[in-house]
Unconditional design. Structure first.
Length: 123
């Protein structure tokens, strides 16, 4: 078998694998990566909108001290490492329409209680 035939077979095998491994777009399990930065009693962005059925992959980093990230009414709660110590990842499935508050779950100073944001899940 010559090298051109081997290349064609490998390309075909890869294409077939991609068809089976990649979920169709528009599926109920669409994934959205949202990068959130915590700093001085704020989250940026503090308002996030997604469609119902979206899997949100939060990538959380801090530009100052350790913070927490908790979605009220769920089990979602992680510690965000302080600046220069990496990021935390949290997966949240937006299965139900509505509004979900997220907040800092680790005491971080005088403005801690104001450190909040909102996830809006639309139909």
């Amino acid at each position: 078998m010559n090298s051109n035939n081997r290349v064609r077979r490998r390309t075909l095998v890869c294409a077939v694998l991609l068809v089976f491994l990649v979920p169709p777009s528009g599926s109920s399990q669409d994934r959205k990566v949202v990068r959130v930065t915590a700093e001085r009693f704020t989250f940026t962005p503090s308002q996030i909108k997604v469609k119902r059925g979206t899997v949100i992959e939060f990538r959380l980093k801090s530009d100052d001290t350790n913070h927490g990230f908790r979605i009220v009414g769920s089990d979602a709660n992680v510690i965000i490492p302080k600046r220069g110590r990496g990021e935390a990842t949290l997966i949240f499935r937006a299965d139900n329409s509505g509004r979900y508050t997220f907040e800092c779950s680790k005491m971080c100073g005088a403005g801690h209680s104001f450190m909040r944001g909102l996830i809006t899940v639309e139909e």
